[in-house]
Ligand binder design. Structure first.
Ligand code: SR1
Ligand code: MG
Length: 403
């Protein structure tokens, strides 16, 4: 196959056929383009005779959600495949297996996870995932600890950071999460019914200070290798299994950004529940499940991260200075809460929303969900630097829901 061009389904089959040891030479392969994300093509290739299947993900040279007017580097496919390989070493079983990366075609061929569902859809359906908090806290603790200065040789970490320099994808986050929602930007996208909420965001100086401080951390704090876009559309799940996909936004940044992304997306689903549960009791029960999961994720993350630090900490002073661990974990909780708030706000007024809320058919239920998500998001942003316990996040969500 020659130089870069977006593949069609026939070409994807030709490439699949050449993969060593996957399909028989005469296999009757079927292919469907199933990408429903904002950026890439995704081909699902199956051989019904053997039951074998693979996924081929190809980066497009622009942001699909906007069109060719928004060019985007193909290097993100390299970053994604390298991040998946590293995450697979650090957190075995929690990411798909990568079979092949083709630099010229910006193509990653990987394990098919279609026996799983995208977590966002699973949550919308009201499915409960009792093992998720355990899985995702392991993923977060291990990937963040072992790529940080606490858990990795600090010179090696700096060298590793070079290959995860990801300026174009970071710029998307810097603009769409940490700037545009707080001004009347062309990229913003919200319903007229909540224009008052958007205008309030543009004029809230207290909020702007907190977002500016969080933005500064995103710009400057090369704490760990992040997934960089860890929403519930980047997670494939079953009640027994969790697989984190799509780390094309990976870069060295503040740990709390990844943890906050997971919590924010559970809370966006919380805000949209009115449309997904049949009864008030069902809604309250599912919301309680989501809040328990939020709390469990933080508590299990903290325990696992501290255990890794005890066993594998490489920084003498960080390991021994009295009070340093407590101070570190408190700052991490604060970042997590602040970034969670920013991730919620952008999904209501900025570019690229979430189906948990946008797919609510009833316009007034949708508006209530949008307003609730913004109340929660803003209160988390304003809470962040004062927080000392995850219970304060839960209290803030409950107060915003009661208002
Ligand atoms: C232009 S890309 C819009 C969003 O899609 C990705 O999933 C990221 O969340 C990004 O902000
Ligand atoms: Mg993605």
């Amino acid at each position: 196959m020659s130089a870069y061009h977006p593949l069609n389904e026939t070409e994807a089959i030709e490439i699949a056929r050449k993969l060593e040891g996957v399909f028989a030479p005469d296999a009757q392969l079927a292919c469907r383009e199933i990408g429903d994300g904002n950026l890439n093509l995704v081909f699902h290739i199956t051989d019904s005779a053997s039951g074998r299947s693979i996924i081929m993900k190809q980066a497009l040279p622009y942001a699909k959600v906007v069109g060719e007017s928004w060019p985007l580097t193909l290097d993100r496919a390299r970053i994604e495949s390298e991040a998946l390989l590293l995450e697979g070493e650090l957190a075995p079983g929690l990411v798909p297996v990568v079979y092949l990366y083709d630099q010229e075609l910006a193509l990653t061929i990987m394990e098919d996870l279609s026996d799983h569902v995208i977590m966002r859809q699973g949550l919308m359906n009201g499915t409960r995932y009792p093992l998720f908090a355990g899985h995702i806290s392991t993923f977060l603790a291990r990937t963040l600890f072992f790529t940080s200065d606490l858990g990795r040789n600090q010179q090696e970490k700096k060298l590793l950071a070079r290959s995860f320099t990801n300026p174009e994808l970071c710029k998307i986050t810097e603009d769409l999460i940490f700037d545009d929602p707080y001004r009347d930007a062309d990229t913003n996208s919200f319903e007229e019914t909540i224009r008052d909420e958007a205008q309030a965001l543009w004029n809230d100086g207290e909020l702007h200070l907190e977002v500016a401080l969080l933005r500064e951390k995103f710009l400057t704090r090369a704490q760990s290798l992040l997934h960089g876009d860890l929403h519930t559309g980047s997670i494939f799940i079953t009640p027994e299994s969790t697989k984190v996909i799509d780390p094309e936004f990976a870069y060295f940044g503040p740990m709390g950004f990844d943890i906050g992304a997971v919590l924010a997306n559970l809370l966006l689903n919380f805000a949209g529940r009115e449309g997904w549960d049949k009864t008030d009791a069902g809604r309250e029960s599912y919301r309680a499940y989501l809040l328990d999961t939020v709390k469990d994720i933080w508590s299990q993350f903290e325990e696992k991260f501290l255990a890794l630090w005890n066993e594998h900490g490489v920084d003498r002073l960080a390991n021994t200075a009295p009070g340093y661990r407590e101070n570190y974990m408190e700052r991490l909780l604060q970042d997590t809460i602040g970034f969670a708030g920013c991730k919620m706000v952008r999904r209501v007024v900025g570019l690229a929303h979430v189906a948990d809320i946008d797919k609510l058919e009833d316009a007034s239920a949708r508006e209530r969900a949008q307003r609730l998500a913004l109340r929660i998001g803003k209160s988390l942003i304003k809470l962040n630097r004062r927080a000392v316990s995850i219970d304060q996040l839960i209290d803030a969500v409950n107060s915003a829901s009661a208002a």
